[in-house]
Design a binder for this molecule. Structure first.
Ligand code: ATP
Length: 324
């Protein structure tokens, strides 16, 4: 293998830049010519492929987002789109592609590699932590830190005014951000897509807090919760329980941004380093991930077909006990 390209695709996540830096520098250290693809698979099709040297990734380890940009690209799902992408890589003799993204990104890489003679490696980059094969995905830790910083501020006003706050956090299918944020911010309750909590149950929990003189309460709602978003839930709760003045905050896209935490910088560096080394040893159609503080590879087919329940059971139990 002589030439490797790297791209970021799907939603951006803090730590992607640290990872790009590690990929580029590990490749160069091993005598590989490195390329960056701009705007994910769209850049492969548009021939937006640039050579990268060690200095192209200077001063980016602390930056959120992705210097390579990202995009959602429907054309790459078509045979014609893939053929154009392949020809653009072939013209530069690029025989390895490293993709940083979520399961859509991995599906694209697998299909591409099934069709053409290109080695691919996937790196899990998404704030949702919803991928099999890695205990933590890139950006997840930073997103939790961002959420708890926001909740700390909301708690000040909640407490001063005797308010009940419903705070909606990201996670359409995965309650990972919600659960960890709940523990780290001392929230009174958390609503997760993976677990059903009835409004009655929630109301009785809040009422018991109020009866033991809690001056305010914070409920974290994962955006994928079956009973609705934070506004719907707040409305349903208010119909039965009117002890506090009720407010809703939707944190939204601020959860994606910001300087990566030390954890995500180190994880991005480790995963980037490992992905290149694996590819140089002949591995393809695999992802690298963190499992029990070791970097392990998982076949992309396995990663895409299997699903793990990622919510930590001890945290689930703890939230109820610690918020009495
Ligand atoms: P996130 O979890 O942040 O949403 P993701 O990688 O799952 O990240 P997607 O938008 O689902 O994000 O996928 C990223 C890109 O991967 C798509 O825009 C598309 O270009 C490509 N892709 C997804 N599915 C396929 C597929 N079946 N075949 C080819 N390419 C695909």
């Amino acid at each position: 293998i002589k030439n490797i390209a790297v791209l970021t695709s799907g939603g951006d996540a803090p730590g992607m830049n640290a990872c790009i830096r590690a990929v580029v520098r590990t490749g160069i250290y091993n005598g590989i010519n490195m390329f960056g693809v701009l705007q994910g698979y769209q850049g492969l099709i548009n021939n937006n492929i640039i050579p990268m040297d060690a200095r192209s990734v200077s001063n980016i380890i602390h930056l959120g987002g992705t210097i390579l940009k990202t995009a959602r690209c429907l054309e790459f799902k078509t045979d014609e789109g893939m053929e154009i992408a392949y020809q653009n890589l072939k013209a530069r003799d690029i025989d390895g592609l490293i993709v940083i993204g979520g399961d859509g990104t991995f599906t694209g890489a697998r299909n591409f590699s099934n069709k053409y003679n290109i080695r691919v490696m996937g790196i899990p980059g998404t704030i949702d932590n919803d991928l099999y094969g890695s205990d933590f995905t890139l950006g997840y830790d930073t997103a939790i830190n961002t959420v708890i910083e926001a909740i700390d501020k909301i708690r000040d006003t909640a407490d001063s005014h005797d308010r009940l706050f419903f705070i909606e956090v990201m996670g359409r299918d995965s309650g990972c951000i919600a659960l960890r944020s709940a523990v780290a911010s001392g929230a009174e309750a958390v609503l997760l897509p993976e677990r059903h909590t009835s409004i009655d149950e929630l109301v009785s929990q809040l009422a018991s807090g109020a009866s033991t003189k809690k001056s305010s309460s914070i409920v974290i709602v994962s955006e994928g919760h079956k009973a609705g978003g934070a506004y719907d839930i707040a409305k349903q709760v208010k119909e039965q329980f009117n002890h506090y003045d009720t407010k809703v905050t939707i944190l939204g896209h601020l959860q994606r941004g910001g300087s990566p935490s030390s954890f995500d910088r180190i994880l991005g560096s480790r995963l980037g380093f490992a992905a290149v080394n694996e590819m140089l040893q002949g591995t393809s159609k695999a992802m690298v991930g963190l499992r029990g503080n070791e970097i392990k590879t998982t076949g992309i087919d396995e990663a895409l077909s299997r699903h793990s329940f990622k919510l930590e059971n001890d945290l689930l139990e703890m939230t109820k006990v610690l918020s009495i």
